[in-house]
Write a protein that binds this ligand. Structure first.
Ligand code: CU
Length: 163
């Protein structure tokens, strides 16, 4: 029965690490302080300096008299012609949660704006591993984790660590 104190401590560590990384979802304001504007920001340049992870949040801040945000397919993104957007938001303060790994495409649906660069391609990498150095096992474990898993982790951690 190898369930020694050492094993329990390891489990505590793994659960703690999971909880920590799950709670580090970052919020990115698209274009930083410039926000979501036309013609003055290279949004893909902006995105290229970021390391987007699952559960991170994208915020679009803009004047909704002049702009909106559409989440679109890659084809619509590259052609700047939108037939059926995945989502259209126009409050001026819109957020998207990057809920899964993959590619996300956004543009402004006001005619002409996409063509002159009001568009951004976000790539979300395949794992949530953040603040966990070089541990592939933990990265894998966290891919399958969800919000409910966070609570499971916390409850489990408390249960095991403070019995
Ligand atoms: Cu616009």
């Amino acid at each position: 029965m190898g369930f020694t104190k050492r094993t329990i401590m390891l489990l505590c560590f793994i659960m703690a690490a999971n909880s920590v990384e799950l709670s580090t979802a970052a919020v990115y304001e698209v274009g930083d302080s410039k926000g979501w504007i036309v013609g003055n920001v290279d949004y893909n340049d902006w995105a290229s300096s970021k390391n987007f992870q699952v559960n991170d949040i994208l915020k679009f801040n803009y004047n909704n008299k002049y702009h909106n945000v559409m989440q679109v397919s890659s084809q619509e993104y590259y052609s700047c012609t939108v037939a059926s957007p995945i989502a259209t938001l126009n409050t001026g303060k819109d957020s998207f949660t990057l809920s899964a790994p993959g590619d996300y495409y956004y543009l402004c649906g006001v005619p002409g704006h996409c063509q002159i660069g009001q568009k951004v391609h976000i790539q979300v990498s395949g794992s949530q591993a953040k603040n966990v150095q070089g541990n592939a096992y933990l990265s894998k474990a966290s891919v399958v984790s969800s919000h409910s898993f966070l609570w499971f982790s916390i409850v489990g951690m408390l249960g095991i660590c403070f019995f």
